[in-house]
Unconditional design. Sequence first.
Length: 101
Amino acid sequence: MDLSGYYFFIFMVCFIIFLFLVRFYGPKRKDFYVSEDTRIIPGRVKREVWRRDGGKCVKCGSRNRLEFDHIIPVSKGGSNTTRNIELLCEKCNREKSDNIG
Ligand SMILES: [Zn+2]
């Protein structure tokens, strides 16, 4: 009686379940990708912010030199979510940066 194929099957099933559990209940995804530059805003988020803010600066309404700005800087724990990103023109963005120091 050869059970090696059977044991291999059980092993593979356990392995897949293990990967599944690690994927969903293990360390958060960002811990796996520490080297990833968190300042890069995903395209999906950019499109949503652009639509929400009407494609213009939320402070002065300018449509020139628009930039995606983190309301809470990434360095201070801010995330790449639509709630933490707003559209600012270059001028307003620089003024804000100056205020923060
Ligand atoms: Zn502006």
